[in-house]
Design a protein around this ligand. Structure first.
Ligand code: ZN
Length: 282
């Protein structure tokens, strides 16, 4: 199932058409794309039996899609979760997950225009995990059963403010407006042959800059859920940005950052694509 946010309403996407969940469920499930996670098991059960083929389905413009998870309670992000990216960033392989947050106000839909606040904004394509059930002290082997689905994210990063202090700080530098595009849809794990091994990458104006596979994560999804849930409860609708593969601009010699007019396309195999166009700040 591919679940999305179309003009603020919860929809299921099928063959370039959208089915409105509130209408098809006769109001059993409301229109708010966030509320569905608080009754995810009931929703998944309903959806498994629903007759989407016979439902009213309308074509849609991808530019009207909002973030599939618009108001998560918690947004976790993992730094240095791929060996080659840790190396290009000048760090050794972490012995435990490096965790920070991206603030909710930076979330947007998948097709956007982003203002560049400085000339040192970088790209980081990431698999984003969406939690479907409250998770506390969950083992890695059980972790996927607590996951509603996955989506594509960009962890856009303003490198100057990230490195302005005596130690790197991540939260604000990665939370300028529009710095967390998400989508195009939440894809449930059953749609994917192996949700732990997905092709991931991004390109600028058609030139590939990052390529990898999510199987290269140092701490895979199961371990991340185990680690985070050993410290605090994960709540339905929470997001985990799982880290980026090698190929970011800061790792190049000389560094190379996003410029006004450039178009960044980010993709994950079987999940979907994001498209960001950048414009100069005022
Ligand atoms: Zn990142």
């Amino acid at each position: 199932m591919r679940l999305a946010n179309l003009d603020g309403r919860l929809v299921v996407l099928r063959d370039h058409h959208a089915v409105d969940v509130e209408k098809l469920s006769n109001g059993r499930f409301g229109p708010d794309p966030q509320d569905v996670f608080d009754e995810w098991d009931a929703f998944a059960g309903w959806a498994a039996a629903a007759d989407f083929a016979a439902a009213d389905a309308t074509p849609y413009d991808v530019r009207r899609l909002g973030p599939p998870v618009p108001r998560p309670r918690q947004v976790f992000a993992i730094g240095l979760n791929y060996d080659e990216h840790a190396a290009e960033s000048g760090f050794v392989r972490p012995s435990a997950p490096l965790v920070f947050t991206k603030y909710v106000s930076s979330l947007t839909g998948p097709y956007t225009t982003v203002v560049l606040p400085t000339d040192t904004v970088d790209w980081e394509v990431e698999l984003v995990v969406v939690i479907g059930r409250r998770a506390r002290d969950v083992g890695a082997d059980d972790a996927w059963s607590y996951v509603a689905g996955v989506t594509v994210g960009q962890d856009l990063s303003e490198r100057t403010s990230q490195h302005a202090g005596p130690a790197p700080q991540f939260g604000l530098a990665k939370s300028f407006p529009g710095f967390s595009p998400l989508g195009p849809a939440l894809v449930t794990p059953d749609e994917l042959t192996d949700p732990d091994d997905l092709e991931i990458g991004c390109s600028i104006d058609g030139d590939p800059v990052q390529t990898g596979r999510t199987a290269q994560m140092i701490f895979p999804v199961g371990v991340l859920v185990e680690y985070l849930s050993s410290i605090l409860p994960l709540q339905p609708g929470d997001l985990i940005f799982t880290g980026t593969p090698a190929g970011v601009g800061a790792g190049r010699k000389p560094p190379r950052y996003l410029r006004p007019g450039e178009v960044l396309r980010s993709h994950i195999g079987g999940v979907g694509e994001l498209e960001q166009t950048f414009v100069a700040g005022a």
